[in-house]
Structure formats: structure tokens, C-alpha cells
Design a protein around this ligand. Structure first.
Ligand SMILES: *[C@@H]1O[C@H](CO)[C@@H](O)[C@H](O)[C@H]1NC(C)=O
Ligand SMILES: *[C@@H]1O[C@H](CO)[C@@H](O)[C@H](O)[C@H]1NC(C)=O
Ligand SMILES: *[C@@H]1O[C@H](CO)[C@@H](O)[C@H](O)[C@H]1NC(C)=O
Ligand SMILES: *[C@@H]1O[C@H](CO)[C@@H](O)[C@H](O)[C@H]1NC(C)=O
Ligand SMILES: *[C@@H]1O[C@H](CO)[C@@H](O)[C@H](O)[C@H]1NC(C)=O
Ligand SMILES: *[C@@H]1O[C@H](CO)[C@@H](O)[C@H](O)[C@H]1NC(C)=O
Ligand SMILES: *[C@@H]1O[C@H](CO)[C@@H](O)[C@H](O)[C@H]1NC(C)=O
Ligand SMILES: *[C@@H]1O[C@H](CO)[C@@H](O)[C@H](O)[C@H]1NC(C)=O
Ligand SMILES: *[C@@H]1O[C@H](CO)[C@@H](O)[C@H](O)[C@H]1NC(C)=O
Ligand SMILES: *[C@@H]1O[C@H](CO)[C@@H](O)[C@H](O)[C@H]1NC(C)=O
Ligand SMILES: *[C@@H]1O[C@H](CO)[C@@H](O)[C@H](O)[C@H]1NC(C)=O
Ligand SMILES: *[C@@H]1O[C@H](CO)[C@@H](O)[C@H](O)[C@H]1NC(C)=O
Length: 815
């Protein structure tokens, strides 16, 4: 069958060649300014062009022939423009099978070095293909040279990028951005395979890494767009001549025109041609957020892009070194090496930089590879997708030192990272305690008074009644003198209320455990906090603590309705508040405008009163220890309610002022003496309140990255000291009416975050200063106790430069 078609095919081919000769150059026919080569199907064109009206800066390049917006995909002489207004300039194909760009005086401006003689000259030619590839073909049709191997700044389907940088051919495939929007000469941003680890692609700003794509795993697929364009885009791996791999861009049939380029701004941008709007539409761009910036957080830290504002966190089992993440994190507990270590699974992570890629390993072999070597800190395993058959698809990555440039992805692109930690149980508890807490989100005020739920311990306080095993009974003797009506609920009811703690009932997760929404029989909504197993208390102590804490009642505290103990489960049942927590408003670009200044001021005052109650007006003195925006819940009237109070007591730290080695809390809200020495007091809460105050005024997270300032406190101080405090105020608040109040609040916030605990006011004074506009405010001292960050790495040096500046922020430039 094939034979029958062959002559027809040859005939068509020769037809095409004879009538459509302007897709090629031959030695006899050079290209002159004004001439064009058009690919056979009319898709691409090659010719002389200039980007300005001056013909003294002309280039030879390839552009799309069939779209109205002139877009160049390849340029021959980007760094050597020529003049076309003098005759003699031409692009010629030589007898020795090189393509040469000659100026009017006959000087060579640019040339290919195909270094293969076509042998006998004659019919060799340069052909512009419909793929956009300019190919020098020898007589037998094989490609001697291809523009696809000599990229400028653009990848189009069919082009491949090298995943290693060892060979010279790979460096020719680096992308180099234009210098500016109208200047195609080589700019400072470049992109290509990375010399430190195979299988990844890095964008550099000069010599410094700017963005790193995660280690290669598989395909990237894109779906349907709003204009019903639908296509698939693959990036496949092909083996090169040696050990090197290439990724090749391929799109499905019927896809729009796709173009990927390293823009002069350094952004690696995927665009498609939108026929409806007749313009290029960006559909993916990297780096896309601050988290994507190379080594945004220090070693052993990662950037969490699942948060509304990206923030740095330590990997599990690590704690911050300084007061921010510029120096990264260190192990809380040294590795024992051997059986003392275990591997934690961190899901949806971007693989960190500087791995070793080990071929031909099964998952178990990869695990062994890491666990058998004490210097191995982590490993990851995947199978390469979309590979050609010559390639070993196993992909075992191991890290032998620092983990740098890790990120937690909010989508499915991440993969499991197996992190080596010491397996001591204390460690595990500390990990969870330090995690950012998205705590109890709780709601509807129940009409009835408190419902006490008590669990009877299965098997322990047991009398053998099987039916009672699962019941959370109310033992009347323990509450004999409390005039409360305690309905009994079983653990089973809570299982039903929370669909057996199903993930979709999950409201949040904090250091002390997960919080689920529950609907009790009769439709009452509650929030159920399932305490993590870290509590050091026995059952009886726990019970006593909860009963004490349940007696704390204040309109600015979330109401604890009861608890339940079942085997090793400890559950706290709270009222459910539907309006979520303060951070969900404050740090959300659209929702923050729902909080005008009166609403915010009301929240500030409410929180202050709630803390004051905990500190001094309740029967107990409770230090919250984890005050932060996500622990402030809002009821239907946007009245604040503090949650998670008393947790420190439940977790066995009820002392009034202690030096503890177990620092629990949330980074950024921790006072210097607590973070550094583990010493806490009511003044630690004052500090956290001060941070919260500044956050409420500015809608900026304490952890947000600010230009020129190490953190929000430094920024606030700098503005306040220069008399520009109002500049801190969130622009969605109209300042005109309440400027005085706002500036007072900022000053009060700065009073609360002073370094020395004694300098910080008590909550009672704070409440007074908030309520009485004429009460004088002391002048705050400059808060010095934090570091000035600047985490920078220079790949060419390989040393991590960190510098600590805890001297004075006044040396910093103002914005
Ligand atoms: C180039 O010339 C055209 C027409 O003469 C004019 O509209 C355009 O503004 C000029 N562009 C520049 C960059 O000078
Ligand atoms: C190239 O080939 C043409 C004809 O094939 C010939 O006339 C010319 O002299 C050759 N030039 C060189 C430099 O060999
Ligand atoms: C590019 O790098 C050079 C040398 O590092 C520097 O002088 C120049 O300002 C940089 N250009 C841009 C646009 O950043
Ligand atoms: C690139 O590096 C230069 C300094 O070499 C710096 O001024 C510039 O801001 C960097 N660009 C980006 C986008 O980070
Ligand atoms: C996309 O397709 C859907 C269903 O076929 C249609 O309802 C919608 O109008 C289309 N949208 C556009 C922009 O064409
Ligand atoms: C892969 O490893 C197995 C043993 O684990 C070995 O037998 C095989 O030859 C290896 N293959 C390659 C291509 O190295
Ligand atoms: C552990 O890995 C390092 C780095 O690859 C290597 O130098 C060292 O020899 C290995 N140690 C063992 C015991 O395999
Ligand atoms: C609840 O889930 C646990 C594990 O997730 C399971 O062992 C248990 O049987 C489930 N209970 C019910 C009542 O479905
Ligand atoms: C708070 O919750 C109530 C009741 O669910 C709702 O009516 C109100 O709109 C919410 N307020 C905000 C700002 O979301
Ligand atoms: C805590 O430590 C500080 C200094 O580190 C010391 O002055 C203080 O007395 C200690 N407090 C307690 C209760 O041990
Ligand atoms: C407010 O503070 C001023 C100055 O301390 C005091 O004179 C005044 O009595 C206070 N007002 C109230 C209502 O407490
Ligand atoms: C790297 O930089 C540091 C600090 O700038 C310098 O002390 C060190 O000598 C450099 N190392 C190399 C190998 O150049």
C-alpha cells in the first residue's frame, strides 16, 4: 500500500519545491533587505526588520506571518544590528553550507558555524519550516544546523531546552531575555539547565538565581479557557547524545498558537494567541508570587503559597534561627543517625534545590539511599512522565545538606518530600505547636445555656457496661455544686456530627489540634476541637482544667460548651461562629474593605477587653500565649471573640511566669524574651496584642515582606517617628474622619511591642487608653530587637551570605 502512494508523494513534494521556492535560500539566491522567506504553509516569515524607525539598527529574524501583531521568535544578530540603508547588505548561503549576514562593505556580521561541508555545493539549501525552525539542509535532506538549537528568548512548540548545563550544545539552548521592550540585545536574565543539579531549569538575573522550576517530574497540561479554547500542552523529556535530557514543548492538534518566552522583566511567560481579541494572552507566568522567588525563605524554611499572603515557615522539626526567616531554620533536635531518625512526609512541596539525581532506583532503594547516609537530609521519589523510551523513568532525588528554595504549593503540582528528623516524641509535639494556627472557627450562639459533654472513659472508669463505653456521660458528682444543665452526648454523636472527623468538615488546623464543624442532633452548629495527642496532662487534670476554663465567660471570648474524652481522644466543643476569623477579612484583598475603621476599632477594643479579662478579671490568670489574627473569631455583629485561650494550661503550662524551653506560639507575634529565652508573662500577650493592632490598622501581615523594612514593626516605627504614621493605614479605610484615633492606635501598638517587657503597658492601661481619647499616651521606645534580613545567595560563590543587623532600623532608608 505504501508503495502506491510513494510516487504521488514525491510528485507533490517536487511540485511544492518548484512553485513555492520562497521558503528557502540557495547559494545562488541571497536574501536582501525587503525580501522575505515565507514558510511553506505561510506560518512563519524570515527577513530584515527594525524595531524603531531607524534602519541603522536592523536585524534578521523570524516572526509569525499569519498574525497581525509582529512577534519575533528568533533573531540571528541580536547583539550586532546592521544598517540596511546602504546597498550590499545581504543574508547569503555559502558554498560551504554556512548562512552569513554581510554588511554593505562585505564584513561578516553574523554567521552559522555548521562546520560540515555540504560536499560539492549544489543543492544544499536553507529552509524555513512551518514549525518556525530555520534549517540548513544537506543534499540528502539531513539538518546540518537549526535555529531551534540556537535560541534567543523564545520557546515555541518543537523547541527543546536542555535540563543539564554540562555540554556546549546545552548552553547554546539557554534562553537570554531581551534587554528592553524594544531592544533585542542580550539582557541580564537568562534561563536554562542548571549546573548544580540535573533535571531542573533555572532563571538567572545576571549570575544570581531568580526563579527555579521544581525538579522535572512530568507533563504540564492546560485545559479549557474562557473563550472555549481547549488544548493540551506537553513538555516531554527526550534523551540527548550523552546523559543529558531535554524537555520539549508539544501542543495538541487544534491548539492556538503558543509562545513561551523569557521576558525582559525576567518573567518566564506562557502566552497563547487569542483569536477573539487578536492579541497575546498570558496564561502562566513564573515567578508568579513572592514565594516563587529563589530562596525567598532561608535554608530549611519553606514559603507557604497556600496562605493568602505568602509566608515563610520552618520545615517540620525545625525552628527559626533568628527573629525572622532570613537565616533560615535549625533543627530542634539533632539527628541521631540510624534508628533514632525517622522520615516525615511533607505533601505538595516544590522540591528544594541542590539535589543529587540518582538513576535506576526503586522507591525502597531510594529510601535506603537516604537513610543509609547520615548526611542525607531528605529525599523525593517520582517517575518521570512523558519520556521517550530510551530513558530510565525512575527519579530518585536526595539532598545531602541544606534544603533551600522549598515551597508548599497550593495545587497538585507539588510532590512528597521525605524529611529526615529525629524521632523523639517531644519533637513531634513541638512541631505541631509551632505551626500557624487556623483555629476554631465557631458560630451561632446557642439559645440554651452551656451544654456539658463528658465522656466516660472506655475501659478505664469502666464497670463493664458495654453500652456505656462510647458514651460521654456527665458524672454529676464532679459538678455537684454547679447549677448547670448538662445534656449528655455520646462520642458517637460527635462522630456523627463531624462525619467521623471528615476532612470536608475541617474548619482549621492549629498547633493544638484540628477544628471541625459539627452539627448536633437538632441542628445546633458547634466547632469541635480535636486536641492533638501532645497534651502532657492526665485525664483528671485535663478535666479539671477544662472545667476551670469553661467558667471563663466574657463576651469577647469564644464560649466553651463542653468536652469529651474517649480513649486517647480529647475533644473540646465550642460555639460555632460563621464569620470566620479576623485574618480572613484583614488579609483578603476584597474582604478587607468590609472592615471600616469603626468596625476595626470595635474589634481592637473587644480584643483588649477579652485579654484583660483573661489576665486579671477572671478567677484565673490566663496567659493566652498564642494571640494572633487567626485566633480572633468574629460573630454575626463582627464582634471579636478570642479563641484558643487556656490552651497553654491544658497543655501543661499554667505557670504565671516561667522560663520554658518549649516555645509555643506563632512566629512574629512572639515577644523577644519569649522567642529568645522562652520566658513569658502577661507582657508577652501585650506584645502580641501590639502586633495585632498594627496588623488591624494596616491590613499587613506581620510576616509580609516589605520593601526596605525587615518587618511590619520596623515599618510602623519608621513612619511614626517621622510623623507619617497615617501612611501605615490600610488604604481601604477612609482616614479623614478618625485620623486622631488611628494615629493613637499606632502609637499604642508601638508601645506594646517595645523590647523590654516592663516598658509595655498592662492590658488595663491599654483598655483605658483605648476608651479615653484624652488619656495621654507615653512615647514608645524604638523596638530594636529584630534582625534586618537579607537573604541572598550567589550561586557563583556558593556561600550563603547572611547578615544580621540588630543595631538600629533608623539606618534604613525610608520608602
Ligand atoms: C515610526 O513611523 C511611524 C510612521 O511614520 C510612526 O507612526 C511611528 O510613531 C514611528 N515610531 C517610532 C518609534 O518612531
Ligand atoms: C560557489 O559555487 C558557485 C557555483 O556553484 C561558484 O560559481 C562559486 O565560485 C563558488 N564560490 C566559492 C567561494 O567557492
Ligand atoms: C545588568 O547587569 C549589569 C552588571 O551586573 C548591571 O550593571 C546592569 O545595571 C544590569 N542591567 C539591568 C537592567 O539590571
Ligand atoms: C536583578 O538584579 C539587579 C542587580 O544585579 C537588581 O537591581 C534587579 O532589581 C534585579 N531584578 C529583579 C527583577 O529582581
Ligand atoms: C463556550 O461554550 C459553552 C457551551 O458550549 C457556551 O455556552 C458558551 O457561550 C461558550 N463561550 C464562548 C465565549 O464562546
Ligand atoms: C538497574 O539496577 C539493576 C539492579 O538494581 C541492575 O540490574 C540494572 O542493570 C540497572 N540498570 C541500569 C540501566 O543501570
Ligand atoms: C554520604 O554522602 C556523601 C555525599 O554524597 C558522601 O560523600 C559520603 O561518602 C556518603 N557516606 C556514606 C556512608 O555513604
Ligand atoms: C472513623 O474513622 C476511623 C479511621 O479514620 C475508622 O477506624 C472508624 O471505624 C470510623 N468510625 C466510624 C463510626 O465510621
Ligand atoms: C456575618 O455573618 C452573618 C450571619 O451569617 C451575615 O449575615 C453577615 O453578612 C456576615 N458578615 C460579614 C461581614 O461577612
Ligand atoms: C528566667 O530567666 C531569666 C534570665 O534568663 C532570669 O532572670 C529569671 O529569674 C528566670 N525566671 C525563672 C522563673 O526562672
Ligand atoms: C480621660 O483621661 C483624662 C486624663 O487622664 C482624665 O482627666 C479623664 O477623667 C478621663 N476620662 C474618663 C471618662 O475616664
Ligand atoms: C564567598 O563570599 C564570601 C562573602 O562575600 C567570601 O568571604 C568568600 O571568600 C567567598 N567564597 C568564594 C569561594 O569566593
Amino acid at each position: 500500500m505504501a508503495y502506491l502512494y510513494l510516487p504521488v508523494f514525491i510528485f507533490l513534494l517536487s511540485m511544492a519545491c518548484s512553485c513555492q521556492s520562497d521558503d528557502r535560500l540557495t547559494p545562488a539566491k541571497p536574501l536582501l533587505p525587503g525580501d522575505m522567506l515565507i514558510s511553506h504553509g505561510g506560518v512563519f516569515a524570515l527577513g530584515f526588520f527594525s524595531l524603531t524607525n531607524s534602519s541603522s539598527s536592523s536585524y534578521v529574524g523570524i516572526w509569525y506571518n499569519n498574525i497581525p501583531e509582529r512577534t519575533y521568535v528568533w533573531i540571528a544578530n541580536r547583539d550586532n544590528p546592521i544598517t540596511t540603508d546602504v546597498p550590499g547588505t545581504k543574508l547569503a548561503f555559502t558554498n560551504s553550507s554556512d548562512l552569513v549576514l554581510l554588511d554593505s562593505t562585505g564584513h561578516t556580521i553574523w554567521m552559522t558555524r555548521s562546520s560540515i561541508s555540504a560536499g560539492g555545493g549544489g543543492t544544499a539549501a536553507v529552509v524555513l519550516l512551518d514549525s518556525g525552525n530555520l534549517v540548513i539542509q544537506s543534499i540528502d535532506g539531513t539538518a546540518i544546523w537549526e535555529s531551534f538549537d540556537h535560541l534567543t528568548d523564545t520557546v515555541i512548540p518543537g523547541v527543546s531546552l536542555s535540563l543539564s548545563s554540562s555540554d556546549a550544545a546545552a548552553s547554546a539552548r539557554r534562553l537570554v531575555a531581551w534587554k528592553g521592550p524594544d531592544d533585542p540585545s542580550s539582557g541580564n536574565f537568562s534561563m536554562g539547565g542548571d549546573s548544580s543539579s540535573d533535571l531542573q531549569i533555572v532563571t538567572w538575573n545576571g549570575t544570581r538565581p531568580f526563579w527555579r522550576r521544581a525538579a522535572w517530574g512530568g507533563e504540564v497540561t492546560f485545559g479549557t479557557f474562557e473563550d472555549n479554547t481547549s488544548f493540551t500542552m506537553y513538555e516531554t523529556i527526550t534523551g540527548g547524545t550523552g546523559d543529558d535530557y531535554y524537555i520539549k514543548l508539544t501542543v495538541s492538534d487544534g491548539a492556538p498558537i503558543i509562545r513561551v518566552s523569557l521576558d525582559y522583566t525576567g518573567l518566564f511567560t506562557y502566552r497563547r494567541w487569542n483569536l477573539k481579541t487578536s492579541s497575546w494572552t498570558v496564561f502562566v507566568q513564573f515567578p508568579s508570587s513572592a514565594c516563587d522567588r529563589y530562596a525567598f525563605c532561608g535554608p530549611f524554611a519553606y514559603c507557604d503559597s497556600t496562605e493568602t499572603v505568602p509566608s515563610c515557615k520552618c520545615l517540620d522539626g525545625f525552628e527559626p534561627i533568628g527573629l525572622d526567616f532570613s537565616q533560615g531554620c535549625r533543627r530542634k533536635e539533632e539527628l541521631k543517625c540510624g534508628d533514632g531518625d525517622t522520615f516525615l512526609t511533607l505533601p505538595t512541596m516544590k522540591t528544594p534545590d541542590k539535589f543529587l539525581y540518582i538513576k535506576n532506583r526503586s522507591f525502597d532503594q531510594c529510601t535506603a539511599e537516604c537513610s543509609n547516609n547520615c548526611s542525607c537530609t531528605a529525599y523525593a521519589y517520582d517517575n518521570l512522565q512523558n519520556v521517550d523510551s530510551t530513558i530510565d523513568t525512575t527519579r530518585c532525588l536526595v539532598w545531602m545538606g541544606e534544603l533551600i528554595d522549598a515551597e508548599k504549593f497550593g495545587n497538585t503540582f507539588g510532590e512528597n518530600l521525605y524529611l529526615r528528623v529525629s524521632s523523639s516524641p517531644v519533637n513531634k509535639m513541638k512541631n505541631t505547636v509551632l505551626k500557624i494556627v487556623l483555629p476554631a472557627m465557631i458560630t451561632f450562639l446557642l439559645l440554651t445555656t452551656c451544654i456539658w459533654l463528658l465522656c466516660k472513659l472506655r475501659g478505664k472508669h469502666q464497670t463493664g457496661n458495654v453500652q456505656n463505653n462510647l458514651l460521654c456521660l456527665n458524672p454529676p458528682n464532679e459538678f455537684g455544686n454547679e447549677n448547670l444543665d448538662f445534656p449528655s452526648f455520646s462520642f458517637e454523636d460527635i462522630i456523627i456530627a463531624t462525619n467521623n472527623f471528615s476532612d470536608y468538615k475541617l474548619l482549621g488546623e492549629g498547633g493544638f489540634g484540628k477544628v471541625y464543624k459539627g452539627v448536633l442532633e437538632g441542628g445546633k452548629e458547634v466547632a469541635v476541637k480535636r486536641l492533638s495527642k501532645g497534651s502532657v496532662q492526665g485525664i483528671q487534670e485535663f478535666r479539671n482544667e477544662v472545667v476551670l476554663i469553661a467558667k471563663l465567660q466574657h463576651r469577647n471570648l469564644v464560649r466553651l460548651l463542653g468536652f469529651c474524652i474517649h480513649e486517647d481522644e480529647k475533644l473540646l466543643i465550642y460555639e460555632y461562629l460563621p464569620n470566620k476569623s479576623l485574618d480572613a477579612f484583614l488579609f483578603d484583598a476584597t474582604r478587607k474593605s468590609l472592615l471600616d475603621w469603626p468596625a476595626r476599632f470595635k474589634i481592637i477594643k473587644g480584643v483588649a477587653r477579652g485579654i484583660l479579662y483573661l489576665h486579671q478579671d477572671s478567677r484565673l490568670t490566663i496567659i493566652h500565649r498564642d494571640l494572633k489574627a487567626s485566633n480572633i473569631l468574629l460573630d454575626t455583629d463582627m464582634c471579636p471573640k478570642i479563641s484558643d485561650f487556656g490552651m497553654a494550661r491544658i497543655f501543661g503550662g499554667s505557670e504565671r511566669q516561667v522560663n520554658t524551653t518549649r516555645v509555643a506560639g506563632t512566629y512574629g507575634y512572639m515577644s523577644p524574651e519569649y522567642a529568645m529565652q522562652g520566658s513569658f508573662s502577661v507582657k508577652s500577650d501585650t506584645y502580641a496584642f501590639g502586633v495585632l493592632l498594627l496588623e488591624i490598622v494596616s491590613s499587613l501581615k506581620i510576616s509580609s515582606s516589605l520593601i526596605n523594612f525587615p518587618n511590619l514593626i520596623a515599618y510602623a516605627w519608621s513612619l511614626w517617628k517621622d510623623g507619617n504614621a497615617w501612611e501605615l493605614v490600610d488604604s481601604s479605610i477612609s482616614v479623614s474622619c478618625s485620623l486622631q484615633e488611628l494615629v493613637r492606635c499606632i502609637q499604642l501598638g508601638l508601645l506594646c511591642v517595645q523590647d523590654h517587657p516592663n516598658a509595655r503597658p498592662l492590658m488595663s492601661s491599654i483598655v483605658f487608653m483605648l476608651e479615653n481619647e484624652t488619656a495621654p499616651l507615653p512615647t514608645p521606645r524604638e523596638p530594636l530587637y529584630f534582625t534586618v534580613r537579607n537573604y541572598e545567595t550567589d550561586r557563583s560563590n556558593e556561600s550563603v551570605q547572611r547578615y544580621l543587623n540588630n543595631m538600629s532600623i533608623t539606618t534604613l532608608e525610608a520608602r
